[in-house]
Ligand binder design. Sequence first.
Ligand SMILES: *Cc1c(COP(=O)(O)O)cnc(C)c1O
Length: 245
Amino acid sequence: MDRILELADRHHLTVIEDAAHALGTRYRGVHAGGFGKIAIFSFHPIKNITTGEGGLITHSDDPLETRLRMLRFHGIERDAWKRYGKSGNPDYDIETPGWKFNLTDIQAALGIAQLERLDEFNRRRTELVEIYREELKGIPGLELPGDPPYPHVHSHHLFVVKILSMDRGRFMERLADYNIGYGFHFPACHLLKYVRERFGVQRLPETERAAQAILSLPLFPEMDDADVSYVCSSVKTILKGSRGD
Ligand SMILES: *Cc1c(COP(=O)(O)O)cnc(C)c1O
């Protein structure tokens, strides 16, 4: 972030943080979302906490907030509480075309309850990652995620390994044989159909190499230690088989 902020400063650019994964993450003591002009967190079902769907925008810009509040609900500044609540005024005006992006009160209630459990969830994720790192270290053909060299708190949204010694598709089939779920985060953006058609095919060899090797192993707070050990021993068996020894 230091380098991004320095670059943005030099060129008068606005930094918008995609902090979708980063609830609970700190970089040199500062929580994600504390750097740019705006940051966006996701509460999609697979994120560290969820509201079913939805998210959160943090900012340090009051006029922007007024505009965001308006845009999220048809361009109407007055929400249902202001229009239908006690001594509310049912009148409204549309000041600008907007969307229907408002989080419902029911989702917000879920989010508040989830937020109270965030530290517990992230602590458990950290414990599970420690088991993964311990049990998977030094396995030929498997690369573990890097550990950043600067002071940080990681919220461990995903545990992404690289499969280097066998075809990733084949590896996934073998994981399924062991009844182990997996994820794929993320395909190379520049190779997606829309991006290719819109911007033309670019070659990004390092990105493509990484995109072909990455695989997310199961990681969620309800896993118990034995679940992680089962995944680790299965991964070892699969990779060992691939080497023919
Ligand atoms: C999940 C995710 C998003 C999108 O979040 P939504 O709540 O689905 O809009 C954006 N960026 C990253 C890196 C994500 O993982």
